[in-house]
Every structure is written in structure tokens, then in C-alpha cells.
Design a protein around this ligand. Sequence first.
Ligand code: ADP
Ligand code: ZN
Length: 205
Amino acid sequence: MNLIIMGAPGSGKGTQAALICKKHELPHVSTGDLLRKNIADGTELGKKAKAFMDAGKLVPDELVLALLKDRIEKSDCKNGFLLDGFPRTKAQADALGKIVEIDIALNLDTDLNKLADRMASRRVCLKCGYSTSAELAPDGKCKECGEPLVIRDDDKREVVENRLKVYAENTAPLVEYYKAAGVLKNIDGMQSIEAVNAEIEAILK
Ligand code: ADP
Ligand code: ZN
């Protein structure tokens, strides 16, 4: 099964992606995580991507596409994968359509006005990609690997606003794109983590 999970920044797609991948034993392919890993490792790609990410802008298509292709050509993606944070532009969606077929595009529907608060309390693990909120992790440690959790550089208020704008302009139109392709499934993303996950599981059954 080749899946996509879409939604605005802060919609909870990373959290849901991790739950889906664990249950269905699918590789979780998050371009955001891959980019942050490149930054942490000090690679050339990471150096190029950092300024765009810190400003809340999209990393140029050609950089992200090369990264994505590399990842989904690995053998663990042969029998399916879940894409999280990709595609984010029509050009990315077109390029993706040329290399693989997408079976289901899950879309987390959210109220964009309420997402800035969610992102302000987000805490992430840069080592394994685990993401949670400050309230759910009072000890400040990653539940998966024990590393200290950090605030993402792009979760600052000023940057968050820009990310939401970039989402509305570039990525929201992809909902119609996948609807037209007949693979779109809408989910109410303003519910609890458990309720959102239950809706998704009902679709994947
Ligand atoms: P969120 O969805 O919460 O914004 P991500 O981790 O998916 O978080 O993305 C963080 C940043 O990484 C984006 O703001 C963007 O700069 C960059 N990025 C991730 N995926 C892509 C992509 N497919 N195309 C362009 N930039 C991307
Ligand atoms: Zn971790």
C-alpha cells in the first residue's frame, strides 16, 4: 500500500503517521525528518535546506525530490510506504505520480486558526523524529529513544505564521488534486489523537 498523509503544519500528521506505520509495518517517509537529519549531520543538502526551513519556506522542489527518490528506492519501501510532508507542491505531486502509484491520500482537515497554539507547545526528538507536546512529555525526554526533546527552530511564532501561509498557497490545492484522482479520504483532524487514529484505521481496513 502506498499512502500519503496530508494536512497543515501542526495538524498532527507526523503523530498519526507514526501510529499508522507501527501498526501496518510501513516505512514512515517524512521529508521534514529527512531534512532535519541532514541538517543535524551537517550534509551539503542540510546546509542548503536550513535557511529555507528556518524561514518557514519550502525547500526547493529539486532538492526535496532527489531526497525523496533516494528514500523510496530503498528496499524497505518495495511493498509500500507512508509519505508524510510530501508532496507539498503540484510539481512534487506530478513528479511523484511518475515514479509510483498512490493508493490512498489521507487528509487531516483542521481549522488553520487553531494550529499556531499546537505548534507552540510541540517538542520533537531530532534523533528518531518522535513528536509530542510539552504537556505530554513533562520530563523533556523522547519516549522512543531517551534523547532530550527540543523545540523546532521553525516552531517560533513568526515562522509558524509563514508556514501556514505557504501551506494555504502551495499545499492545500493538493487536496483537490487527489480528490480528482479518486484517492482522497478526508478526516476531521480537530479531534483527539485517538479519535483521529480510529477514523484512519476504519478507512485503511
Ligand atoms: P510541518 O508539516 O509541521 O511543517 P515538516 O517536518 O513536514 O513539518 O516540514 C518542516 C519544513 O521542512 C517545511 O516547512 C519545509 O521548509 C521543509 N519541507 C519538508 N517537506 C518538504 C517538501 N516536500 N517540500 C519542500 N519543503 C519541505
Ligand atoms: Zn527519539
